[in-house]
Design a protein around this ligand. Structure first.
Ligand SMILES: NC(=O)c1ccc[n+]([C@@H]2O[C@H](COP(=O)([O-])OP(=O)(O)OC[C@H]3O[C@@H](n4cnc5c(N)ncnc54)[C@H](O)[C@@H]3O)[C@@H](O)[C@H]2O)c1
Length: 255
């Protein structure tokens, strides 16, 4: 159990961020839950409370640097410290270079890449004070190409580069920075994608995973909490994809 430490989690209203926040709270972290979706965040916080976890809910859009500064200030005003930062807020923008317009490209980078940077920038001084830990949620599309995901993969590659630099720049001050690259995780984001895709898409992606299933938000929370507590992990780019980026894979049925 963690005592007296504070976790600051973005994207906490849904999916991965929500489960990471709950699990951090159950581990004993005092929780700061950040999201731009006020209703979703209120609903998530009610769910945390039903499990005995209280959270400070802060409505903020991670693409707005001032909103993140205010959120971090509020966290420090209420709790006095920040020990763990999890940057999970992100959006999925689909399209190739031929069909992405400038606004969609910019939105992807603004939220997914700049949002991670603004989260880090607003909290890094606190993490230096506590010799704390920063964990970003990138994607398997942060280390490999992904067909039809040009803006998303570019943003997620950027997140990996950003976190590697943080590991070098702030490791000497005792801050550990790591990034998780999940394959498909069964969340509302993935459900939206499958629901709007041709029939068979979900099965196609599932068949490409050696472990034969999508990740759950709990699978991701396990690794976040491991990286947060692992005293020598710094600059780790953690592939959490059931083996799908390990090499060529022919599904069990076809092999
Ligand atoms: N689900 C997957 O298959 C998968 C795979 C790899 C990586 N990821 C990444 O994991 C992270 C979480 O994804 P998820 O599947 O839980 O998605 P989700 O849509 O279920 O949850 C994302 C949360 O982020 C919030 N958010 C979005 N834009 C925001 C902004 N500008 N400011 C503040 N909050 C914002 C949303 O309101 C939502 O609560 C994302 O970065 C996503 O790219 C997801």
């Amino acid at each position: 159990m963690v005592t007296d430490q504070v976790a600051f989690v973005t994207g906490a209203a849904s999916g991965i961020g929500r489960q990471v926040a709950l699990r951090a709270g159950l581990e004993g972290y005092r929780l700061v839950a950040v999201d731009r979706d006020a209703d979703g965040l209120a609903e998530a916080v009610r769910g945390f409370e039903a499990r005995g976890v209280t959270a400070l809910a802060v409505v903020a859009d991670v693409s707005e640097p001032d909103a993140l500064e205010a959120a971090a200030q509020q966290a420090r005003a209420v709790h006095g410290r920040i020990d763990l930062v999890v940057a999970a807020a992100g959006i999925e923008v689909l399209g190739t270079v031929a069909d992405l317009d400038a606004a969609a490209w910019r939105r992807s980078l603004d939220v997914t890449l700049s949002g991670t940077f603004f989260t880090a920038r607003a909290t890094i001084a606190s993490l230096i004070e506590t010799r704390g830990s920063f964990v970003a949620i990138s994607s398997d599309a942060g280390t490999t190409g992904a067909q039809g995901y040009a803006a998303y993969a570019a943003a997620k590659h950027g997140v990996v580069g950003l976190v590697r630099c943080m590991a070098l720049d702030h490791g000497p001050a005792g801050v550990r920075s790591n990034v998780i690259c999940p394959g498909f995780v069964d969340t509302p984001m993935a459900r939206r994608l499958f629901d709007s895709s041709p029939e068979g898409t979900e099965e196609f992606y599932r068949d490409a995973i050696p472990l034969g299933r999508f990740a759950t938000p709990d699978d991701v929370a396990d690794v976040v909490l491991h990286l947060a507590s692992s005293r020598y992990a710094n600059g780790v780019v953690y592939a959490l994809d059931g083996g799908s980026t390990a090499g060529y894979f022919v599904s069990g049925d076809a092999a």
